[in-house]
Design a protein around this ligand. Structure first.
Ligand SMILES: [Zn+2]
Length: 153
């Protein structure tokens, strides 16, 4: 989520889709918890637990944020992502969430979901995006800061 660097661009990696991504900030995340990343390994059980945790939270989160944001994702898919916490394809309404969010504090899942749902209105991270985020979730910059300190496993 490099707001300044990403500017109005939706995606820097794929030309075939118009996505807007929540990237982790490599300059801050990697070195903060090297021991966590070094000893962690995903297992089927952890994947199941993470997916179950997210699935358990999504209905209430969508019920809460759908009316506030005024748009809802058409699909939400969970998967392990190596460099971002979530992504959104505004043209299709599809949102992807990093499965790791299911092993973290619920506030991070909520932040990433709101972030990606905001991309259903605003493709980049410009002034319009930031204005919406502040209206929806006034503490979003602190959440982003905390999340960017976490290692993507
Ligand atoms: Zn984004």
């Amino acid at each position: 989520m490099r707001d300044a660097a990403d500017g109005g661009r939706a995606d820097t990696r794929r030309a075939d889709t118009r996505r807007a991504d929540s990237r982790r900030d490599d300059s801050r995340g990697g070195a903060a918890y090297p021991e966590v990343a070094a000893h962690f390994a995903w297992t089927e059980e952890l994947r199941r637990r993470a997916a179950a945790n997210i699935d358990a939270q999504l209905p209430a989160l969508l019920a809460k944020w759908g009316p506030v944001i005024g748009r809802r994702p058409t699909h939400i898919t969970l998967r392990l992502m190596t460099s971002r916490w979530g992504s959104c394809t505004p043209a299709t309404g599809r949102i992807r969430l990093n499965l790791q969010l299911g092993l973290m504090e619920p506030r991070f899942l909520e932040y990433v979901l709101v972030h990606e749902m905001t991309h259903l209105w605003e493709r980049g991270h410009g002034a319009g995006f930031q204005r919406r985020m502040t209206a929806y979730l006034p503490g979003w910059k602190a959440l982003r800061h905390d999340l960017n300190r976490r290692v993507v496993l």
